[in-house]
Design a protein around this ligand. Structure first.
Ligand code: GLC
Ligand code: CA
Length: 556
């Protein structure tokens, strides 16, 4: 297998708004980030991926960009950015930028021009269509609710927006649009950044024919993401991008690709396809979805999760490269979602999930706060929620179609909503968790007095120290990066057991996803008798049986 620095790296995701506030306005910022770079260096990560830092009206917290070459005022200035880049590089940390080019904000100068008239030079930067029988051109529904088409009085046409109304889809068919985007990317690369995480990149190529989809969203629209995912020209566009930009630098590139299959992933991230390094797939985080999509309390069934993870591990082996994640700014905290975040189990549980993920083949991503075991937030009222997605779904299910009661919906939002990941980073046990001296834009989780970075950095048994060790082990043992993966006991409902193999070396990873103490199968015991050592474990004392949320990695 070809060796690459980005295969050996561990990436840390920063959600700038919630990481560290330096000036007391309640919003995280670049000087705040700079002040925490030593913390990240201590953790041992190699790369930071920044959720958008660009200028934005913040309808979707920076994923609605109004200027790709300016920093959002609340985060600081371009000088602050340059200083951050330099300080990160000084510490051996690379910087990956979010690239949101499926859409722009409706406040971007291109869109402001585009909507002025049908013959404006920017008209064709976006996707405009005539009404059909006086209504939307198709029944496509936006990801955040309602139609994916917005009527614009000025010209009597609709524009396409797969996300919020204020996020207008760019027209990738237009060569000038592609050129503008590639120029902008080159500009950032020349500044010295080290890669891109590409927002919803699987959705940039729209179908050749615009027609109604099968109706399937809560409010009677057809989910547009399913219609536009992996469109007819997406690989052509990415090959162009690779040629014009990516191939000129030594970058880490990861595409966020909803609706991606392993077959498609081999095209996006194939070792010889000249597109991206890796993709974020969604199958494993959709494992607990049902007819209401993610808005359900359906529990995760471990054999399903194992089947998905294992499929990705084995099908990409030697052909493409996996990204590994449980958490990000769009996902709830995994220990609250699929584990147990109670006082009793939180720590072992967080360490178990980390072990399971970091022992797989692929590049692991750590989302801010994950390394200290941050949990979901106990939302009880909708006005505690900021996220455009949760607010829309609340309106749809509680106010409009009465699918759920207020209490039911708030419970689901506390389990699945995106704000669970977006509450401010818990640095210490002082007011607001040390995040801000002002009023944070989103409330700090009340458990900051117990769960915070300060109490963990110097504790050798903390979750933080455990992540540090996992990250160090990856650097010390090639097998963790490059070894092949084999799943054992696929049907077991409590244990996730797999091996990694590289030449003569073998690792055995055992993770208990349950709260029960489990007897190991005899053949596994026989394997363990032969062990050469233990690489890492989340319980200190020995035991015959595998305890609740226990994780242990043997060298065989
Ligand atoms: C991606 C981002 C998400 C955002 C959406 C629209 O899924 O991760 O946060 O809302 O794209 O840009
Ligand atoms: Ca601030």
């Amino acid at each position: 297998m070809q060796k690459k620095w980005w295969k050996e790296a561990v990436v840390y995701q920063i959600y700038p708004k919630s990481f560290m506030d330096s000036n007391g306005d309640g919003i995280g910022d670049l000087p705040g980030i700079i002040s925490k770079l030593d913390y990240l260096k201590d953790l041992g990560i190699n790369v930071i991926w920044f959720s958008p830092l660009y200028k934005s009206p913040n309808k979707d917290n920076g994923y609605d960009i109004s200027d790709y070459q300016a920093i959002q005022e609340a985060f600081g200035t371009m000088e602050d950015f340059d200083r951050m880049l330099e300080e990160a590089h000084k510490r051996g940390i690379k910087v990956v930028m979010d690239l949101v080019v499926n859409h722009t904000s409706d406040q971007h100068k291109w869109f402001i021009e585009s909507r002025k008239s049908k013959d404006n030079p920017y008209r064709d930067y976006y996707i405009w269509r005539d009404p059909k029988d006086g209504k939307e051109p198709t029944n496509w529904g936006a990801c955040f609710g309602g139609s994916a088409w917005q009527y614009d009085e000025t010209t009597g046409q609709y524009y396409l927006h797969q996300f919020a109304i204020e996020q207008a889809d760019l027209n990738w068919e237009n060569e000038t649009v592609r050129k503008e985007i590639f120029d902008m990317m080159n500009w950032w690369c020349q500044k010295g950044i080290d890669g891109f995480r590409m927002d919803v990149i699987s959705l940039i190529s729209k179908p050749d024919v615009y027609e109604d989809g099968p109706i399937n969203t809560g409010d009677g629209y057809s989910g547009v993401g399913a219609i536009t995912a992996n469109g007819p020209r997406v690989h052509e566009y990415l090959k162009m991008m690779n040629k014009e930009v990516l191939s000129k630098y030594d970058l880490l590139t990861v595409g966020e690709t909803s609706g991606v299959t392993t077959e498609e992933a081999k095209k996006y991230a194939g070792s010889d396809t000249n597109e991206l390094n890796m993709v974020f797939q969604f199958e494993h985080v959709d494992v607990d979805a049902d007819e209401h999509g993610k808005w359900t309390m359906k529990p995760m069934h471990l054999p399903d999760l194992k089947a998905i993870m294992s499929k990705w591990q084995t099908e990409l082996e030697g052909k493409a490269w996996n990204s590994l994640y449980w958490n990000n700014h769009d996902q709830p905290r995994v220990i609250s979602r699929w584990g147990n975040d109670s006082e009793e189990y939180r720590e072992v549980c967080a360490k178990m999930f980390a072990t399971c993920l970091h022992m797989m083949q692929g590049t692991p991503y750590v989302y801010q706060g994950e390394e200290i075991g941050m949990t979901n937030f106990p939302f009880t009222e909708i006005d505690q929620v900021d996220d455009v997605e949760s607010v829309h779904i609340y309106d749809t299910y509680v106010k409009e179609n009465k699918e759920y009661t207020h209490e039911q919906m708030m419970k689901i939002i506390s389990k699945k909503g995106r704000d669970n990941a977006r509450t401010p980073m818990q640095w210490d046990d002082s007011e607001n968790g040390g995040f801000s001296t002002g009023t944070p834009w989103l409330a700090v989780n009340p458990n900051y007095t117990v769960i915070n970075a300060k109490s963990q950095v110097n504790d050798p048994n903390s979750i933080f120290s455990y992540y540090k060790k996992l990250i160090r082990l990856r650097k010390e043992h090639e097998i963790i990066v490059y070894g092949t993966y084999d799943l054992l006991y696929p049907e077991d409902e409590k244990l996730y057991v797999f091996t990694r193999t590289l030449g003569e070396e073998k690792l055995l990873v055992i993770c208990n996803f349950s709260e029960e103490t489990v007897e190991l199968p005899e053949d596994l015991k026989a394997m363990i008798v032969e062990q050469k050592g233990i690489l890492i474990r989340n319980y200190s004392e020995e035991s015959e049986k595998i305890r609740p949320y226990e994780a242990i990695v043997y060298q065989l």
